[in-house]
Write a protein that binds this ligand. Structure first.
Ligand code: UDP
Length: 324
């Protein structure tokens, strides 16, 4: 039997590149499609790289003609909450309109298996912790709304056209591949762990804590960090379920454990051995105090268990940052 061919849209990005490496290791034939707007060519570890934009349907058709694609994984989205508030058009155009282009081309070529990256931002301010998939969806920024719109579109496309999907709502994706070959690279960087590690490396003067007056044990926000390779493993389980005839499902992807910003900083100081400067400051707009996933559904249905601890997350991210 020929290996299944997976088209990874956004395979040159942070999560996409880890997905590509794992798919390749597991024997899939992997094609990367990326416009390199936020991705990096050197994060792509397979030969089949197709540069292209999702706005360009003819370019997409070329790729669908060239390869016999069995499933698509869609990681190509803009992800910065603050930017989405300042420039919502950019987010709706790419995360919604361009995603619809992709769905339309998939249907044109009768490719009906999709893995879609969504986000915990679809929930908005949590009413209950841990957050279940059935929690109210009330995103508080255009980024979260753009993802929720596609989730709804997917549901309609499944009903009308039989396009089956597995949708994953990520909590805080973090860490890097153990090899040190690929890792988190954003420009500008806005995420906590990379910023902390850049500070430990002396590339920044200090790490700024956004708010110390939250109603949490130490006053700082609590987040659910999940290793990028654990995410990638869940995606393959979701893919195999679709290949086995499973129907469309949406899953939270988090570790189910919460750590405060201060706890992350302290662990990072221990792992790096650097006593870098920490500045306690004002809250950042739009940060819920606590985000923790209820991941029981993905554990039960996909038999997924995260393997990486918080220590592993920071250790692998540090290994990557030190060498890049
Ligand atoms: N955070 C912080 N300082 C920073 C960046 C982030 O205190 O320089 C906090 C942020 O307020 C949030 C947590 O770290 O509570 C995680 O933020 P990040 O942007 O990494 O991910 P998010 O939870 O927003 O998806």
């Amino acid at each position: 039997m020929r290996p299944k061919t997976i088209l990874v849209i956004g395979g040159a990005g942070y999560i996409g590149s880890h997905q590509v490496k794992l798919l390749d290791q597991r024997g899939y034939n992997v094609i990367v499609y990326d416009n390199l707007s936020t991705g990096y060519r050197d994060l792509v570890t397979v030969d089949n790289f197709e540069e292209g934009d999702l706005a360009d349907k003819d370019r997409l058709r070329e790729v669908f003609n060239k390869y016999q694609i069995d499933a698509v994984m869609h990681f190509a989205a803009f992800i910065q909450v603050g930017e989405s508030i300042k420039d919502p058009a950019k987010y709706y155009r790419n995360n919604v309109t361009n995603a619809i282009n992709l769905l339309d081309i998939m249907l044109e070529y009768d490719v009906k298996n999709l893995i879609f990256s969504s986000t915990a931002a679809v929930y908005g301010e949590p009413e209950e912790i841990p957050i279940k998939e059935t929690h109210t969806k009330a995103p508080i920024n255009p980024y979260g709304r753009s993802k929720l719109m596609i989730e709804k579109i997917l549901k309609d496309y499944d009903q009308a056209y039989g396009l089956r999907y597995t949708c994953f709502r990520y909590f805080n994706a973090s860490g890097a591949d153990d090899s040190g070959r690929i890792g988190e690279k954003h420009n500008p960087e806005t995420h906590l762990i990379p910023l902390i590690l850049q500070t430990a490396l002396g590339e920044r003067d200090d790490i700024y804590i956004f708010g110390i007056d939250y109603n949490t044990k130490d006053g700082t926000c609590i987040r659910d960090f999940v290793h990028v390779n654990d995410l990638a493993d869940a995606h393959i389980k979701g893919l195999e379920r679709l290949f086995g005839g499973g129907g469309s499902e949406t899953f939270n992807l988090g570790s189910g454990k919460g750590y405060s910003v201060k706890e992350i900083i302290n662990q990072a100081k221990e792992i790096t051995g650097v006593d870098f400067k920490v500045v306690e400051g004002e809250r950042r707009d739009g940060d819920p105090a606590i985000l923790i996933a209820d991941s029981s559904k993905v554990k039960q249905v996909l038999k997924w268990e995260p393997k990486y601890t918080l220590n592993d997350i920071i250790r692998t991210a540090w290994n990557w940052h030190k060498h890049n």
